[in-house]
Write a protein of this length. Structure first.
Lengths: 85, 402
């Protein structure tokens, strides 16, 4: 499973949606994921890839990690995974 | 001042998953204490407890709730749902704005703490689930009750060890009594039956390894339980106006502090709480028919408690009944007074006195009518519920039949 597929799977599970309903341009708001759902998703992503995501829930927009939509989350995770390799 | 009545009750504990099952067990003198089922039980010296068995939270809570609810919160919500359904109340508008939740709890989410300490200390992981804090905080249960039932008035959690529930219910009573809130959801819960929770209690060397035998000369300590007891305390006129069934009246309470020792009880502190509750409720001592004892089954508590009762009631101490239902449901610590209030309600409403089971040998230092081993039918108009906590914090509630 690619990083993209895995991230989409985690986000879909959090949103209680089918994987096919999660598109790259979906925002977390579109998917109905609130702030608590977001930190839970990031935890699941960290566990799945054994990485540390630089996300601060106090200042989501100031973090180095872009959560504006699913595509930006995927590219952020891909970068972290490749840096770790 | 306003009269306060109980219009709903709910529970889950080792004796049953609701009030009816629990009261049946108390009537039958059934014991909820058994072999502990938990991880690493072979490393425990104390291997018994009053665990809630046959409990499956799946289906009772949605996925998000499951990830946010420690076992003590699950117990609380199950009991709250039962109590509020019985009361038949829906909270909206003014009633919602003014009604709240005051619950007793001592350890918070001990299972959550235990599991996550294992993760970081034993398994060496450096990351825990993001909901550890909102799961383990002592007020989690009160907050989730407020959310599920739209209660927007005063809500908080009271921690006074084994007296937490009685302090909470006294506080809730006071709020309704004083006109601050028309309805308060109150009681308490505890779930310390996890490896770390039992291990901590073991350290104190006050736990029995075989049974809880309050007031019996051969008693050898307390036994931990778990669960929740939740009640709807409602202003009398409010309850009457809507034709609600009234289970009992909460007539008064008293709280005292021994100001002497962090673990040893004091006869004087206990006696002041008992007589204070009667004075607050304006009830004559000779009208008290039943006392639900703190009755932990430790040497220290039981003789101190009996001496306090003898001091307060004089000759009448020989006429009243005093039993410890901890012999059946174990010691629920911060939730204990709440589950025990059910025995007071049963005495007042159904005329059935719950027994002290496992009573084997009379103790001259506990020479009261402890309703040994078998429930008894008796008409009772006034009942007291005692709670005397570690730290010397005492709270006694006085209930009257309606």
């Amino acid at each position: 499973m690619s990083v993209k597929e895995k991230v989409i799977e985690i986000i879909a599970e959090q949103a209680v949606l089918e994987v096919s309903d999660v598109t790259p341009d979906s925002t977390l708001e579109d998917l109905g994921i609130d702030s608590l759902g977001l930190v839970e998703s990031i935890f699941a992503i960290e566990e799945a890839f054994d990485i540390s995501v630089p996300f601060n829930a106090n200042e989501p927009n100031e973090s180095d990690f872009d959560i504006s939509n699913v595509a930006s989350i995927i590219s952020g995770i891909e970068k972290l995974v490749s840096e770790q390799a | 001042m306003k009269r306060v009545v109980i219009t709903g009750a709910g529970t889950i504990n080792a004796l049953g998953h609701n009030v009816a099952q629990t009261l049946d067990a108390m009537r039958e003198g059934r014991c909820g204490i058994g072999a502990l089922e938990m991880r690493d039980v072979d490393r425990l010296a104390v291997k018994i407890g009053a665990q809630v068995k046959g409990f499956d939270p799946e289906g009772l809570f949605n996925r998000q709730q499951m990830s946010l609810f420690d076992r003590f919160t699950q117990f609380t919500l199950i009991a709250a749902r039962e109590a509020i359904a019985q009361a038949g109340l829906e909270f909206s508008d003014e009633l919602s704005a003014r009604s709240g939740v005051v619950l007793g709890n001592s350890g918070g989410g001990m299972t959550t703490l235990d599991d996550n300490y294992r993760t970081v200390y034993e398994d060496g992981k450096n990351r825990v689930h993001p909901f550890v804090v909102p799961k383990l905080m002592n007020n989690a249960a009160a907050s989730h009750v407020s959310m599920e039932f739209n209660l927007k008035g005063p809500s908080f959690t009271v921690a006074s060890a084994c007296a937490s529930s009685n302090h909470a219910m006294s506080t809730a009573f006071q709020m309704v009594h004083g006109g601050l809130a028309p309805v308060m959801i109150t009681g308490g819960s505890e779930s310390m039956l996890c490896f770390g929770g039992v291990k901590a209690w073991e350290g104190l060397r006050v736990m029995s390894k075989d049974a809880c035998r309050p007031f019996s000369a051969n008693r050898n300590g307390m036994v931990q339980g778990e669960g929740a007891g939740i009640f709807v305390f409602e202003e009398y006129e409010h309850a009457k106006a809507r034709g609600a069934e009234i289970l009992a009246e909460v007539a008064g309470f008293a709280m005292t502090s021994d100001a002497s020792d962090i673990v040893m009880p004091s006869k004087r502190g206990a006696a002041r709480a008992i007589s204070g509750a009667m004075a607050d409720a304006k009830i004559a001592p000779d009208t008290v028919g039943y006392i639900n004892a703190h009755g932990t089954g430790t040497a220290a508590n039981d003789k101190t408690e009996c001496a306090a009762v003898a001091d307060v009631f004089g000759q009448h101490a020989n006429n009243l009944m005093i039993s410890s239902t901890k012999s059946m449901h174990g010691h629920l610590i911060g939730g204990t007074g709440a589950v025990e209030l059910l025995a007071c309600i049963m005495a007042l409403k159904d005329g059935v006195i719950a027994p002290t089971i496992n009573y084997e040998e009379p103790d001259p230092e506990c020479a009261l009518d402890v309703v040994p081993n078998e429930a008894r039918e008796a008409k009772v108009d006034v009942a007291l519920s005692n709670a005397f906590a570690f730290g010397g914090l005492n709270a006694v509630l006085a209930l009257r039949s309606v």
